[in-house]
Design a protein around this ligand. Structure first.
Ligand code: MN
Length: 244
C-alpha cells in the first residue's frame, strides 16, 4: 500500500483546531483512495526528516499558516499570519527532495504556495494586494465545504486528465495566492477573477498543487479523483522495494 506523507502544523500553531480537522480529512481522503497516510510533524531534525521521507511513496503538503515572506525575499506585511520557520524549512526541504527525486507530490492551499516559493515564485501576502475581485478568504467562521467560486482547468494538463475540463465549484480558505508563478511551474487552473487555483510541474511524473481544499469536499468527484491519482502515481512499480 502506498505510504503518503502528510505534513502537519505544530501543536501550538495558530488555528490549530481547524488545521487538525483538515489533516484528519486528508488522512480520510488518502485512506479512501487506497493509500496509507503517514504524518510528518514540522519539527523533526534533519536525519529524522530524511528517514521519514525515505519511507514514503508520495507526499502531501497540507494547509496552514503563511510562508515566511523572507523565503521569497520579501519584507513581511502586517497581513502575514501564522508563520512557523520550522514548518517552512521542513516543507521546502521535502518539496525539493520530492522534485529532485521525482517522488509524487500534491500540494493543498498553503502547499501550493509553498511549492511555488520552493521553486522560486512569489506570493501576494494578502488577497487585498492581488487583482482578485472574488472572496477567497472565507475562513474562519464558515463551513469548509462552502463553494466560493468556480475554477477553469487548462486543457492538455495533468489536472485536466484527472478532473476534466468542465468548470466546477471549489471552497476557498486562502488569504494569499501566487503572484509570480515559478518558471518551472505551470498555472493550470484559475478562478474567474484570474487567481491561480492550481499549478503543476510538466517536467515531473506527478507534482500538482491546488489552492482549494479537496479534503473538505469529500463528496465532490474531483476530490476523490485527485487523491486517487496521487495514490496511483505513488504506487507505481517504479518505486517497488528491491528484493534481497
Ligand atoms: Mn480561491
Amino acid at each position: 500500500m502506498a505510504k503518503i506523507g502528510v505534513t502537519c502544523h505544530a501543536t501550538d500553531a495558530k488555528d490549530s483546531e481547524n488545521l487538525q480537522l483538515l489533516v484528519e480529512q486528508i488522512a480520510d481522503a488518502v485512506i479512501r483512495a487506497g493509500g496509507e497516510p503517514v504524518l510528518i510533524p514540522p519539527d523533526l531534525d534533519a536525519d529524522a526528516l530524511r528517514e521519514r521521507y525515505a519511507a514514503l511513496d508520495g507526499l502531501i503538503l497540507s494547509g496552514g499558516g503563511d510562508v515566511d515572506p523572507a523565503c521569497y525575499a520579501a519584507a513581511s506585511t502586517p497581513a502575514v499570519d501564522g508563520v512557523d520557520p520550522n514548518r517552512d524549512y521542513t516543507e521546502i526541504t521535502l518539496a525539493r527532495w520530492a522534485l529532485t527525486e521525482q517522488k509524487p507530490l500534491l500540494g493543498i492551499c498553503r502547499g501550493l504556495q509553498l511549492l511555488n516559493v520552493a521553486c522560486g515564485g512569489t506570493l501576494y501576502q494578502d488577497m487585498s494586494e492581488s487583482p482578485a475581485t472574488l472572496p477567497h478568504a472565507l475562513c474562519p467562521g464558515l463551513p469548509f465545504d462552502l463553494l466560493a467560486h468556480e475554477v477553469a482547468v487548462a486543457p492538455a494538463s495533468r489536472l485536466a486528465a484527472i478532473v476534466g475540463t468542465a468548470p466546477f465549484g471549489v471552497n476557498s480558505l486562502h488569504h494569499q495566492a501566487c503572484a509570480t508563478v515559478a518558471p518551472t511551474l505551470r498555472a493550470v487552473a484559475h478562478a474567474p477573477d484570474g487567481t491561480v487555483e492550481a499549478v503543476e510541474i510538466p517536467d515531473h511524473p506527478f507534482a500538482l498543487a491546488v489552492q482549494w481544499h479537496p479534503e473538505a469536499l469529500p463528496a465532490a468527484p474531483e476530490s476523490g479523483a485527485l487523491f486517487r491519482a496521487l495514490v496511483a502515481a505513488s504506487a507505481s512499480d517504479a518505486r517497488a522495494p528491491l528484493l534481497p
